[in-house]
Design a binder for this molecule. Structure first.
Ligand code: RFL
Ligand code: PHB
Length: 395
């Protein structure tokens, strides 16, 4: 067995784990990041696309926004669609802010490159990772691979290993309370080699189901269709996908999405989930390991950044001033933001999707609510301020 020592052992090299490692480095705190998958896999995983105003500020202040500023697309609003008619919600006018469209895998590439150039200890292809003794004063992370075992001794463990990781699962039963809601649908997402033919995202309500028009760059479009929860992707040939997108996204003014070669497709299930608290002894959960939101509000990666920002600040206070108060309140501070993001993501999801078992009355109410958002400055402002991101203490 080979032994290593560091101040913070981080499980997972997604946005949460990588960003935490970088922020800790800026505070002069050492960390080792242990990732089950390969670097190439992490850098190619297509997921989120929308960064809140404060997430971009965080990346900028942390010296990570150089490529984002060059290549990210600034969006000053979104469009909502109902019966082929679009209404624009202007973030700039309603909040003075904007969001930035920049792929999660680009954020991950930037973070990995920066950690490595700063001499960071990132270990990919770790295989079997397990966490131990986090209720004592020296937690350990073990990595077993090809018959060898490494042991990382640390002061704290950060479980940043996503919803399917081992950190949350390793906590003793009863340590956490889970709050959960599932949805009777999923999203079928594609990445297409097609220049976006709209400047902003279009969230379309349609009686056949929700559709979302998004993008990644001046030559790549990202589109989603509401589908069944167990949808078989093999049943969705390229022609069927484009035909359904054309039906759902069609607008009264004749606009429809530009088609192109489909580069990637996949089905994402929808879930709302929170594990409370985000701490057990010297193990802290952050990002998707602790909470999941349905993607309609574009909040997942942004919440992950907010968690690790607070965690890095709390750890810095502990190492600088021997003051553990920040660590003790980490969970409750994060949860305030997490539940507001849960509320917003559920609201956006309920507003825009077709719920198969809704009564005729429910459907009428849903349309009334959508029309209200589209016509009331007050409600549109509430949407805008949540979409661009609620204020984060310190930004
Ligand atoms: P991640 O990204 O899942 O990273 C966790 C990492 O941990 C590794 N891992 C392990 N490592 C070691 N040992 C183990 N046993 C391990 N088990 C797992 C994994 O390989 C991985 O590298 O979690 P993190 O860092 O918390 O980041 C969260 C975000 O990825 C997630 O919230 C977003 O992608 C959600 N999301 C969106 N968020 C936004 O802010 N804006 C969006 O526009 C947005 N759109 C989306 C989304 C997620 C989507 N999908 C596919 C779920 C759109 C979609 C379709
Ligand atoms: C995306 O571009 O992947 C995206 C955009 C907005 C969402 C979800 C996903 O709400």
């Amino acid at each position: 067995m080979t032994r290593f020592e560091t101040q913070v052992g981080i499980v997972g090299a997604g946005p949460a784990g990588l960003m935490l490692s970088h922020l800790l480095h800026l505070h002069g705190i050492s960390s080792i990041v242990l990732e089950a998958k390969s670097r190439a896999y992490c850098e190619a995983r297509v997921r989120a696309g929308v960064l809140e105003y404060t997430s971009v500020e965080m990346l900028r202040v942390a010296g990570l926004a150089e490529r984002l500023e060059r290549e990210g697309l600034r969006h000053h609003g979104i469009e909502l669609g109902l019966n082929g008619v679009r209404t624009r919600i202007s973030f700039l006018e309603l909040t003075g802010k904007h969001v930035t469209v920049y792929g999660q895998q680009e954020v991950v590439k930037d973070l990995i490159a920066r950690r490595l150039s700063d001499g960071g200890d990132l270990r990919f292809d770790c295989g079997d990772v397990s966490v131990h003794e986090f209720n004592g004063s020296m937690p350990k992370i073990r990595v077993r691979k090809d018959g060898n075992e490494d042991e990382i001794c640390c002061d704290y463990i950060a479980g940043c290993d996503g919803f399917h990781g081992i950190s949350r699962e390793s906590l003793p039963s009863g340590a956490l309370t889970f709050y959960e809601r599932s949805y009777p649908f999923a999203w079928l997402g594609i990445l297409a080699e097609a220049a976006p033919s709209r400047d902003e995202l279009l969230y379309m309500h349609h009686e056949r189901g929700f559709a979302l028009y998004s993008m990644r760059s001046p030559s790549i479009t990202r589109l989603y269709l509401q589908c069944g929860p167990d949808e078989d992707i093999m049943q969705w040939g390229d022609d069927r996908i484009w035909s359904e997108l054309n039906i759902r996204l069609a607008c009264e003014d004749g606009w429809h999405p530009t088609q192109g070669k489909i580069l990637q497709k996949g089905v994402t299930c929808m879930r709302s989930f929170v594990a409370e608290p985000l701490q057990c002894g010297r193990l802290f959960l952050a990002g998707d390991a602790a909470h999941i939101v349905p993607p309609t509000g574009a909040k997942g990666m942004n919440l992950a950044f907010a968690d690790v920002y607070y965690l890095a600040e709390a750890l810095s206070r502990f190492y600088r001033e021997s003051d553990a108060n920040g660590l003790d309140s980490y969970s409750s501070i994060c949860l305030q933001r997490i539940w507001k993001a849960q509320r917003f993501s559920l609201w956006m999801t309920s507003l825009l999707h077709r719920f198969e078992h809704d009564s005729a009355f429910d459907r009428k109410l849903q349309i009334a609510e959508l029309e209200y958002v589209m016509t009331s400055r007050a409600v549109a402002t509430a949407l805008a301020e949540n979409y661009v991101g609620l204020p984060l203490h310190g930004f």
